[in-house]
Design a protein around this ligand. Structure first.
Ligand SMILES: [Zn+2]
Length: 368
């Protein structure tokens, strides 16, 4: 096909991005070396201090038994900032690592992915808790030095290998899996909104049926296994429900959002956090904003109440007041941002009006 033809028409592509390998299970971390070996034998390991104190010895053992040399080790990660990314690149580039292994939560793997991108080498993720799906995604969320959101870097590829050792994840404090489920809850609803928006736009990249099916699978797993998984983790039981939820968060939710797009739930999350008047974790705020998106879309009341009851059972906030006092002016500012200023607002099928989002918030506040 000639380039001029491509430039004159808007080709409709179906695209799916994924890691090469996702490995989840008890003791999966011991397979890290074997699965990393096809990508080279010099590793740069970066992670949070706590994560590496938990998983570090097992990582060393697995790498050395496969003849992989650790040419760099940084366990000082706190936030994913440009300063940290550049410091790690400058410190370790002369050792010429063949890949970067990111160990920990979202900040650690986001940093590792950005470092790998700058060094033009693959990244391998090792999750140690379940609050995030960043281990699987090709995106790095960068913060300022004073911990505020700065930007999301869309990377050209996903981590090549994702290792989720469920023995480690199931032992992490329960708050992490609750937050992870809150974020993952949005995947199906935002993907469906995105698919409708792309149908209307006619052109560009359309979501695959596979990506939408993963959104459904994620939602089903959360509804069927979420409450039991939380109870089991609280009681120190590592059940198959816990494994099902880990897979929904780490694999299905990541591949859904990456192969479709975020929509009102994340746009409103971004609007609310920008006001500086609310306090809450990403997954907690996104779960609440998913209820708002459902109300905005005028989904059946029973469906919204079902999701709301599920949130309450697992310990996710269902009312705005859980995030602190927000003034009317700030709320107005948040919905204005969500309606059209935020990038994710473009993924809703119709141009949104701030008043309609506000009405959806009021419905959620009244219990629908
Ligand atoms: Zn999110």
């Amino acid at each position: 096909m000639e380039l001029s033809y491509l430039m004159l028409t808007a080709p409709t592509f179906r695209k799916m991005v994924t890691p090469s390998l996702y490995l989840q299970g008890k003791g999966a971390i011991y397979y890290l070396g074997q699965k990393a070996l096809p990508f080279g034998d010099k590793a740069l390991v970066v992670g949070e201090a706590i994560a590496l104190s938990v998983a570090g010895e097992r990582i060393k053992k697995s790498l050395s038994s496969n003849g992989i040399e650790i040419v760099g080790w940084d366990d000082t990660l706190k936030d994913c900032t440009h300063g940290t990314i550049n410091r790690i690149v400058e410190t370790h580039k002369h050792a010429k690592p063949h890949f970067v292994i990111g160990v920990g939560g979202g900040r650690a793997v986001d940093t590792a992915k950005a470092v790998a991108w700058k060094l033009k080498i693959p990244e391998i993720s090792v999750g140690t808790q379940c609050a995030t799906n960043a281990d699987t995604s090709a995106e790095s969320v960068v913060h300022t030095e004073d911990h505020r959101y700065l930007e999301s870097i869309m990377l050209p590829r996903n981590p090549v290998v994702v290792i989720e050792d469920t023995e480690i994840l199931a032992k992490a404090p329960v708050k992490y899996i609750i937050r992870g489920m809150g974020d993952a809850l949005s995947a199906k609803f935002e993907a469906e909104a995105y698919a409708k928006a792309m149908q209307k736009k006619k052109g560009g990249t359309v979501p695959t049926s596979a990506a939408l099916a993963l959104g459904d699978a994620c939602y089903k797993a959360l509804m069927e296994h979420g409450v039991k998984a939380v109870t089991d983790i609280k009681n120190g039981i590592h059940s198959s429900d816990v494994d099902d939820v880990i897979e929904a968060v780490k694999l299905a939710s990541a591949l859904t959002f990456e192969n479709t797009g975020c929509a009102l739930a994340h746009a409103l999350h971004n609007g609310l956090t920008k006001t500086g008047q609310i306090a809450g974790e990403h997954g907690e705020i996104v779960a609440y904003c998913t209820l708002v998106q459902m109300a905005y879309e005028k989904r059946p009341v029973d469906e919204i109440r079902h999701v709301e009851a599920w949130c309450a059972k697992i310990g996710l906030p269902t009312r705005l007041r859980y995030f602190g006092e927000i003034s009317k002016a700030a709320l107005r500012q948040a919905v204005e941002h969500a309606a059209d200023k935020d990038e994710d607002s473009k993924n809703m099928p119709d141009k949104m009006k701030p008043a309609d989002i506000l009405e959806a918030i009021n419905r959620v506040e009244r219990g629908i």
